[in-house]
Design a binder for this molecule. Structure first.
Ligand code: RIB
Length: 292
């Protein structure tokens, strides 16, 4: 059983600022750093560092070759990463001393994922394989339906939420993960727990993972609810915490862990990730997670 992660790859630019920039404000940057990221790439790194066999499918521009190399160095199969003529996808991240962030994403090459490419990549899938994905690539509805036709397990990180995703029929998704903001955006509710109830009602056959930052996480699957406290850490950068959680959770399920054990391991991995700077580079290896 393998994981095919159809996902974005981004060059991240991280600007450390005193506070998130307000409308009309010009703000001095305290520190600047380039890093490797993209929700898709981060999920692949997390699943691979957790021990899973991962094939990453996606598109890069000319400047993105370093992203492909980074995945390969981490044991990810990169044979389904294609070079295209679009500029490399990238993200601008504002990071505060309190470890809050604010991200905007330029899709670029990640939005060049077309249905022919999806069909080609999924021709490598067997029934029972896992599709991981998120909402930074183009043609997501086609991808989800094509994976469902192939009887893959489908895991969607519903990030970033936009109007199209909020309207999308997600009934073929086996697992969906959201944070508090995304849960509210997807359902149109303003209160997190009301939004969680609404998502459960809307997707009765889908496993739901709701991450609550320092308040831990909740999982709903087949009529059972599971809860996991967060592991207390001094957070320096919350970027990629959700991606780490997602990659570790899926990896644990593919190795046969119970949902409760998968939640615990994923939460621990995410806690380690937030105590280190950057996106993909902050994601821990399995031996570090198991020994912590
Ligand atoms: O989830 C974190 C990621 O979101 C960053 O690495 C950035 O590239 C954006 O995709």
């Amino acid at each position: 059983m393998k994981i095919i992660n159809f996902g974005s790859l981004n060059l991240d630019e991280i600007y450390k600022v005193e506070h998130i920039c307000a409308s009309g404000e010009t703000l001095r940057v305290l520190e600047f750093q380039r890093s490797i990221g993209g929700k898709g790439l981060n999920q692949s790194i997390a699943a691979a560092r957790a021990g899973a066999s991962v094939l990453h499918a996606g598109k890069i521009g000319k400047e993105g070759v370093c992203l492909q190399s980074f995945l390969a160095e981490n044991g990810v199969d990169v044979s389904m990463i294609q070079l295209c003529d679009e500029p490399q996808g990238r993200a601008i991240i504002q990071l505060t001393p309190q470890a809050d962030n604010c991200i905007f994403v330029y899709g670029g090459s990640n939005r060049a994922v077309d249905i022919l490419f999806i069909d080609e990549c999924l021709s490598h899938a067997q029934p029972g394989d896992w599709l991981m994905t998120q909402n930074e690539i183009s043609n997501l509805p086609y991808l989800l339906n094509a994976a469902a036709r192939r009887k893959m397990h489908i895991f969607l990180n519903a990030s970033p939420v936009d109007a199209e995703l909020a309207r999308m029929n997600l009934s073929c998704v086996d697992w969906i993960t959201v944070n508090e903001t995304e849960c509210c955006q997807l359902t149109g509710c303003t209160d997190t727990m009301t939004a969680y109830e609404a998502l459960r009602a809307r997707l009765p056959h889908t496993g739901i993972l709701l991450t609550l930052g320092a308040d831990g996480s909740i999982c709903w699957k087949d009529g059972h609810e599971y809860r996991q406290d967060a592991f207390p850490v001094a957070a320096v950068d919350t970027t990629a915490a959700g991606d780490t959680f997602a990659g570790y959770f899926v990896s644990c399920l593919t190795e046969g862990s119970s949902i409760q054990d998968a939640l615990r391991t994923a939460s621990k991995a995410a806690a380690i990730a937030v105590s280190n700077p950057g996106a993909a580079p902050s994601i821990p290896w399995r031996n570090t997670v198991d020994l912590t």
